[in-house]
Design a protein around this ligand. Structure first.
Ligand SMILES: [Zn+2]
Length: 104
C-alpha cells in the first residue's frame, strides 16, 4: 500500500462518509474522492497533511451531475456556486496547519 493510500484510508476511517462540500454520500473510498485543497505541486509541504485533504464527491461515485472534485478543477465557477449554497469555505494554509497541530 503506498503512502497516499495509507493516509487516505486513515482519513476514511476517521471521518463521516459524505462530501465535505455538498454532503453527498460517498459509498466507498475511491481515490477520486480524496481532494487536496492545496495542490501537491503548489504546496508540497501540505501533501501529506490530513487537514489539507478532504472527502469530496466525484463523478465516479455520484448518482447524477458532476462531482465537487471535478467541478473544482474543470468548472470552478460552478464549484463555488455549489460551495456557497452549502456554506463551504476554503481554509487558509495557516488554518490547515493549526488544524493539523490540534489533531496531534
Ligand atoms: Zn460534493
Amino acid at each position: 500500500m503506498n503512502k497516499y493510500k495509507k493516509l487516505y484510508m486513515e482519513i476514511w476511517n476517521e471521518r463521516p462518509h459524505v462530501c465535505a462540500v455538498c454532503g453527498e454520500p460517498i459509498p466507498s473510498p475511491v481515490v477520486h474522492n480524496f481532494s487536496h485543497i492545496y495542490t501537491k505541486g503548489a504546496h508540497p509541504a501540505l501533501k501529506m497533511v490530513k487537514a489539507n485533504i478532504q472527502l469530496w464527491c466525484s463523478s465516479v461515485t455520484r448518482k447524477e451531475g458532476r462531482g465537487c472534485h471535478e467541478l473544482w478543477s474543470v468548472q470552478p465557477h460552478k464549484f463555488w456556486i455549489r460551495a456557497k449554497q452549502h456554506g463551504w469555505e476554503k481554509p487558509s494554509v495557516s488554518e490547515i496547519l493549526e488544524l493539523e497541530t490540534e489533531e496531534v
